[in-house]
Design a protein around this ligand. Sequence first.
Ligand code: C2E
Ligand code: MG
Ligand code: MG
Length: 521
Amino acid sequence: LLSGNDRFKQLAQSSELMTIEELIHPADLNRVRRALNRAIDGYSQTIRCQMIFKQDIRNMFVNIIHVPSKNGNGTALYLTCHDETDQFKREEKITQLALFDVLTSLLNRNGFEQKMEEAIAAPQPGELVTIGVRQFRRINDIYGHSAGDQILKELANRLRHHFIGTGSAARIGGDEFAVLIFQQEIVDYRDLKTILERPYRIDGEKIDVSISMSMVRYPDDAVAVTSLLSSVDIAMQHAKREQTGGPIWFESWMSEEYRESVVLEAELREAIARNELQLFYQPQVNLKTKTVDGCEALLRWFHPERGMISPAVFIPIAERSMLIEEIGMWVVQESVNQVRRWEGTPLESLRVSANLSVKELVSGRIVELLTDVRERYPGIEQRMELEITESFGVFSDTRVFDALQTLHRLGYRLAIDDFGTGYSSLSYLSRLPIQRLKIDRSFISGTDACSNAPLIETIIRLAHTLKYDVVAEGIEQAEQGENLRELDCEYGQGFYYSRPIPADEFEIWYDRYQEDIKQSG
Ligand code: C2E
Ligand code: MG
Ligand code: MG
C-alpha cells in the first residue's frame, strides 16, 4: 500500500506502509489476492472482506479499480473502502435477536425450529428432549425474579456444557428448554436430570429445583417439526403430572389418549348448552349432634352415548383450557339456584358447598359472578361454601390469593379440599382466609387408613390451632365416623351417610334421615 487517505491513516494508526498480508484478515486473504490479480489484469473488482486495524477488525466493502500508468509500465490499483462494520453489527444483532434468547444466549424457539428443520432433513436419526422447571413461578415468587433469571442462566450453562459437540440447546419458553441431539441413544437422561437438579447457588443461597423431562426420537416418532414438538409436548404433560417421576419417553398410546381427550373437550364444550351437566348432592353431617349441616355439590356429566362421566376424568381435561371457567360459572350459578329453591323448605338451613378449581380463580370472572350474586340475594353468602383443592404452590399465586381474600370479604366461607394430598406449606395455610379443612378420603377409607390415625389426629389438631374446623371425607363405616368424632373432628361426609344424589332424591333422603335421628335420639 503506497498511500491512504486521512481516514485510512487514522484507522491504521500509522503513516507507515502496510502489506496486504498485514491488512487483510487471513480468512479473506486468498479471495482478496485473487481479486487484486484480476484487477491488475484490467478488470475492476468489488469484494467484501475484513481488515485488521490496531484497534479492531472492520468489515469493508472494497472497490478495486485498475489505473493504468500513463507511460504503460506498471499498473496502480486504487481501492475505495466503504466501512460496513456498524451495519454488519446491526444485522448480526437482528439475527441474534431473531434466533437467540437474550437471557441465556441459547437458541430461541425460532432458531430451534430452524435447527430442527435442518436436522430432520439430514439422514442421521436423533432425539429431542424438552426440559421444564417445575413450579418456576413459585421460585420467582419466593426468591425474586433476578434469582429466577440466574437459575435459568445456570441451567442453560449446564445444558450447553453437557451437550458440547453432541446437540444444540434452546430455550423454547419461559421455563422450558429443549435439546436436539444429533444421534440416538448416547444420552443418559436420568443422569442429565440429576445434573440439572443439582442445587443452584444464587447469592449465597442454595435453591433446589425439580425438573420434568420428556423425549422423542426422530424419525421413529415423527418426521416433521410440528409433530415432533407436539409429541414431545404430550409426553411432557405426562411427565409433569408425575410429581417425582423420571424422564418420560413419548409412546404412541399417549397421542391416542390425547386425541381422546381433545374429543372429550370438544364435547364438553357443548355439554353445557345441551344441558348434560347436573349437580349431585352429598350430605355433610355433624359428627357430635348427627345433624346435617350442609351438602357438597358434585358435578355429573351425562353423556348421550358414554353415559355418566366422572368429574375426576373431565375436570382435569377442562382445566387445560378456559373451559374450566365456563364449567365453574355454571356450577356456581346452579348451586345458587339450588340454595334459592330450598328457601322456605326444611332444607333451608343447609349450606351448599361448591367445588372450585384454583384455575377458575385466576381470571376473576367467578369472583365477579359471586359478587353479583351477593348483591342480588343478600345473605346468600352465608349459605354457600367454596371448596378449593390445594395443589402445590397455587396459593402463592397472588391472583389466587387475592381472589380468596375477596371472596372472604364478601362473606363466603372457604374450605381447603383434599387436605393432606397436596403440598400446602404451613406458612401459606395460616395466612389463607379459610374456615375449614377437608381431610382427603384416602386417609379415611384408603387401604392403610388404620395406620393413618396419628396423622389424622395431627391434621385435626393443626386445623384447630389455626381455628379451622374439619370435615372428614370418605366415611364408609359407622366406626370410622365414631373414631373421627373421638379425635375431635367436627364433620363427616361419605357413602355411609349417603352417596352423592340428585337434588330431589336428596330431599327425600333428608326427610328420612331427620326421622331416623328423631327416633334414635
Ligand atoms: P372432592 O371434592 O374431594 O369430592 C369428593 C369425592 O369423593 C366425590 O367424587 C365423591 O363422590 C367421593 N366420595 C364421597 N364419599 C365417598 C366415600 O365414602 N367413599 C369413596 N370412595 N368416595 C367418596 P366425585 O364426585 O367423583 O368427584 C371427584 C372430584 O372431582 C372432586 O373431589 C372434585 O375435586 C372434583 N369435582 C367434582 N365436582 C366439581 C365441580 O363442580 N367443580 C370442580 N372444579 N371440581 C369438581
Ligand atoms: Mg370437594
Ligand atoms: Mg375432597
